[in-house]
Ligand binder design. Sequence first.
Ligand SMILES: *Cc1c(COP(=O)(O)O)cnc(C)c1O
Length: 346
Amino acid sequence: MPGLLERYRPYLPVTDRTPPLSLHEGSTPLIPAPKLSEALSCELHLKYEGLNPTGSFKDRGMVMAVAKAVEDGADTVICASTGNTSAAAAAYAARAGLKCIVLIPDGNIALGKLAQAMAYGARIVAVQGNFDEALHLVREISAAHPIALVNSVNPHRLQGQKTAAFEIVDDLGEAPDILAIPVGNAGNISAYWMGFREYRSAGKMPGLPRMWGIQAAGAAPLARGVDRVEHPETIATAIRIGAPASAHLARAAVQESGGLFDLVTDDEIMAAYHRIAGEGVFCEPASAAPVAGLLKLHAAGQLKPGQRIVAVLTGNGLKDPQSALRSVAAPVAVPARMDAVLESIL
Ligand SMILES: *Cc1c(COP(=O)(O)O)cnc(C)c1O
């Protein structure tokens, strides 16, 4: 498959002057989850966005945002990031020959993501504050300097990200009944909703899904119906955000689709994370939140049986190996002798 700018060109703000930027992002698999489907009495598919070039859905928005930055003559991009945005921005900036600056919350970013941004050559500044503070700073910097902001408040990001909704409909032949997705800064849920509506307007399918946005309990302003959570906390660092920049769009998506917001605890997230791994699919903790939400709502009797559901697994498990290692027993060391190995495995 070609990259997104080519595959979905008629639906994107691509002009003759937009460079053909691509790392072959998108076209990720929609993987059936038979064990979870049985547990939920539903038909669950996992949209495995961890197979994008830098390991998260952020590549979809970043290819569009960086291509437009090049088209507009920028030579530097900047973002605040819980990790995956910086990895994607650094990769596409490297590919396009731009400089990249990222502000990360000091000490609260998964190791794999930091390693990526460093390898791709980004200038990394660890801010002694949280994501919301870092985002505030980069917005001011880009307003005052000729540096392109590539956070999801940049509308090109959502344009690129909406293509995941197209792919789901292309794969299923119609929209699912429910789209369950983790919500942090709330850009992605908004992008999917835009994508589903555009595809329906284009005559690709008759119906629209209900949008179920799942937040981590310690960072759940939308699920709690408040404007902000002052000190967001969760093991799922990718959604550790207290004041979602696209909250208004996300609320509209949930309201218009007849969907819902809900929240799940870190324990529920990690339980879901292991059940997803039990399907042979490895995602990062934030990505397990929608499955945790489905399990919770099923247990509460709020999930009608037989529905077709897509859960968006936003990022790859390899991003955050520490979370995996923290939650299982460490390997047992034995001498390099047959008897010792046999004793430990039989
Ligand atoms: C960015 C991110 C999210 C949250 O997406 P928003 O658009 O900020 O709501 C969820 N999971 C992962 C892995 C992410 O990188």
